[in-house]
Design a binder for this molecule. Structure first.
Ligand code: SAM
Length: 225
């Protein structure tokens, strides 16, 4: 009934505008940090540096983007689309422990979206849980995982599962990630060191090494061809 009335008194253009506005507001209604959220998109100018899936990690000099609000977030957006950022307007993208949150068939379209956003020569830095490191460290510490109460790295492999955005749906090693990047418009794909963090002083999931003191992330930098 309400739908019929709304349709009768509005134009398609007005309804499209309302859908866009409501779509932007929705994450704030469902999240405790959302009520006070202030969108800071307008305080950034191209060429942008984007920190995608920032969670609670705020990087100075970057536009920090996430689907869920937190004090670290500048822009609430779905990082698969990022419609407010024009193609070719971005000089650098960093995304840490985020790519594994997408299904297998979403990963390549996502990489292509990020390629289109980047200027030629722009850089993409990706950090993900490294399946090669995980199996090696797991095997070296096999006995630890046989003790009651020690999870077999369920969080690292399947995600924290605290929000609908916090589930791991795929996994990577260096060979697979390089292959996907090269297929989707990136060159010069190489691993970069965990420390020092490329943004000095940053503490994020790229540095995870608990509980055995060995790094568990794969950090790769690639150039937009
Ligand atoms: C494991 S957290 C990583 C947070 C931070 N980068 C770090 O290293 O601590 C993954 C983040 O990706 C965000 N995320 C997942 N899917 C997303 C999507 N489609 N659009 C925007 N953010 C998304 C989640 O909300 C979450 O904050």
């Amino acid at each position: 009934m309400l739908k019929v009335v709304v349709k009768a008194i509005t134009t398609p253009r007005q309804r499209q505008w309302a859908r866009q506005v409501l779509g932007r507001l929705r994450p704030r209604w469902f999240h405790p940090a959302g009520l006070g959220f202030v969108d800071r998109f307008d305080s950034f100018l191209p060429p942008y540096r984007l920190h995608l899936g920032c969670g609670s990690v705020r990087l100075a000099g970057f536009c920090n983007v996430d689907a869920l609000p937190s004090p670290a977030v500048d822009v609430l957006d779905d990082i698969r689309t990022l419609r407010r950022f024009p193609d070719g307007s971005v000089q650098e993208i960093y995304t840490c422990h985020v790519l594994e949150h997408f299904a297998h068939d979403e990963v390549e379209p996502l990489l292509r979206r990020w390629r289109d956003l980047l200027q030629p020569g722009g850089q993409l830095r990706i950090s993900v849980p490294d399946m090669d490191r995980i199996v090696q460290v797991y095997a070296r510490n096999f006995d630890h995982f046989q003790k009651p109460g020690h999870t077999p790295w369920i969080g690292l492999i399947y995600g924290g599962q605290t929000t609908p955005y916090d589930f791991h749906k795929t996994g990577f090693n260096a060979c697979w990630l390089r292959y996907l990047l090269e297929r989707n418009g990136f060159t010069d794909c190489r691993e970069y060191p965990h420390v020092p963090h490329f943004v000095p002083g940053t503490q994020d999931a790229s540095l995870v090494k608990e509980p055995f003191g060995e790094f568990l992330s794969l950090n790769m930098v690639a150039t937009r061809a």
